[in-house]
Design a protein around this ligand. Sequence first.
Ligand SMILES: Cc1cc2nc3c(=O)[nH]c(=O)nc-3n(C[C@H](O)[C@H](O)[C@H](O)COP(=O)(O)OP(=O)(O)OC[C@H]3O[C@@H](n4cnc5c(N)ncnc54)[C@H](O)[C@@H]3O)c2cc1C
Length: 392
Amino acid sequence: MNYEKIDCDVLVVGGGIAGMAASIKAAREGASTVLIEKNSFPGGAAITGLHRFICGLYPNKPDMPNNTLNKGIASEICLMLKKLAPKKIPMRMGKVYVLPFATADLVSVLRSLSEKEEKLKIYYNTSAFSVKKEINTIVSVTVQNFNNKFDMIPRTVVDCSGDGVIIQKSGARYKVISPDKQQLSGYTFRVKGLEDVTDILAVKVPYCLSKAAEQKKIPFYLKYTTFVSGDDEDEGYCKLNIPPALTTKMEKQAKKDALLVHNYLSRVLPVFKKSYIVEMSPEVVDREGPLLFGEYTLTADDIINAKKFPDGIVKNAWPIELWDQQKGVTYKYLEPGENYEIPLRCLVTKDIKNLFCAGRCISVTHEALGSTRVMGTCISLGERAGYEAAHC
Ligand SMILES: Cc1cc2nc3c(=O)[nH]c(=O)nc-3n(C[C@H](O)[C@H](O)[C@H](O)COP(=O)(O)OP(=O)(O)OC[C@H]3O[C@@H](n4cnc5c(N)ncnc54)[C@H](O)[C@@H]3O)c2cc1C
C-alpha cells in the first residue's frame, strides 16, 4: 500500500454541492486546495437523490425572480445550467420559486467549474477516515483511495461531508437528534413508459398510495411518496420518503419499497400499466444527521423573524420545510419579500481552531435545518466557508 503526505492550504472533505462551491472558492482565492470525495462524481445527495429542483436560490416574492438572493457561485451555476437547458426557467412551487435542472447538466457544470481551477486538486473515490489533532488544531487527515493512503496536511479544513465526518473525528462538539425525531430520508426511482401523463399525477400518486397505506397494503410511510414529471413525456420520478436509519443506510429495504410502490401503481393506475423502472438512487439520502455545535445555533425563530446578524454571510428565504415521520411534510413561510441571514458563527466551533463546516451539517436546530439544508443555500454556505478557509 502506498502512503504519501500531501500539504495544502485548504482541505475540503466532501464534494457535494457545498463542498464543490467551497473548494472552487478557496482555489479562486489563491489557496492550494484539495477536495476529497468518496463518490466518483461531484454533487453528492443532489445527484444520488435524483433531485429535480434547486431550492433556496431566490427571494421570497410572488413575481418571477431575475436574480439569485446570493450572488457568486450560486448565480454562476444558474447561468451555466441555463445555457445547457434554456427551457428550464425558475418555476413557482407553493409560495416560492425553484430552478428545475437535469442531473447530468449539474454534474457537467460542477465538473467544468472545478476543472478550470489550477489551484484545486480533486481526489474522487477517496474517503476521509481519521483525523490527527494537536491541542485544538487539526494537523492531518488520513484518506484512502483504493489501495493508496494519503496523509493530508492542511492549514485549514472545511467539513462538507453532509454527515459531519471531520466534526466527529476531530472531537468537536456536535448534536444528533434521536432517530425517531429525525426528518424522513429519501429514495427515488425514475420510470419510463408512462401513458397520457398529466399534472394531476403529482396529486394522484400520493392519494392512491395514501389509500393503500390506510388499507395496510403497503407500509404506512410510503404514503409520503411524491411524484414529479420527467423531461420526456413518458417519464416520471417517484420520491419515497422513508424513516432514516442511523447506522446502516437501508438501501436494500428502500429498493424493496420502490419495487412495491411501482408494482402497486402499475396495477391500480392505468398510466403506470406499461411503465418500467430505468434508474434508482444508488443510496438512501438523509435530510438530517449530526449537526455542528457551533459558536451560534440558528433557530426557527431567527428564520421566521427574518433575523439579520452583524456576521451574516448567506441570505435565505426558503421556508422551514419539515418532513416529519408521523405528519409528513409541513411548510412555515417567511413573510413575502423577507429573508433571513446565516451568521458565520454557525460554520465555526470554539473546539477546533482551523475547522469550518458548510452545507447540511452547520450549527442549526432541527427545525431551522428544514430551511438551511436546501441546495441553493448549501452552495452559498460552501462558497463562504471556502473564502474564510482560504483567508484563515
Ligand atoms: C429526500 C431529499 C430530497 C431533497 N430534495 C431537494 C430538492 O428537491 N431541492 C433542493 O434544493 N434540496 C433538496 N434536498 C436537500 C439537499 O439535497 C441536501 O441537503 C444538499 O444537497 C446537501 O448538500 P451537502 O453538500 O451539504 O451534502 P451532500 O450532498 O450530502 O454531500 C456530502 C458529500 O460528502 C461525501 N462524503 C461523505 N463522507 C465522506 C468521507 N468520509 N470522505 C469523503 N467524502 C465523503 C459524500 O459522498 C457527498 O458527496 C433534499 C434532501 C433529501 C434528503
